[in-house]
Design a protein around this ligand. Sequence first.
Ligand SMILES: [Zn+2]
Length: 168
Amino acid sequence: MSAGARAGQRSPAAVDAAKARLTGAGLRPTRQRLALAGLLFRGRSRHVAAESLHGESQVAGITVSLATVYNTLNQFTAAGLLKEVAVDSGRSLFDTNTAPHHHFFYPETGTLHDFPADSVVVTGLPRPPHGRQVAAVEIVVRLAAASGATSGVTARRGEAKAGRRKDF
Ligand SMILES: [Zn+2]
């Protein structure tokens, strides 16, 4: 990471980049949009919940309400700067990587991990309704602890019980 990137959204180069990104997407670069874009688009691509971005903005000294964060995330999504990934009913994460790709979802932590679009072949999709075409197929693979790992725990518990029985 360069020194400029470490300096965060306050560096003039980063502000210029955020401004160019917003105007390029047809959004007026308001102070709040610029500040949130500075937080969102620094460094590597990531998946952000509105609440966590609101928390980050408070840490960065940006005065913005949670409602404004939501509105801004939705505006950025509509403008194509973000992709919304619905992970649970009523809960979305916003992805700064707008290129086609899929996700693993970890319910325990509420986090997403990318995997490449070309690592999956989707066949047998139903024909789209009349007048419609498939724009994208984006997969969220919901993860749980592997059954092998679960049985491992059971086995260890069994061994522990057996051990205790032996002690008795
Ligand atoms: Zn992603």
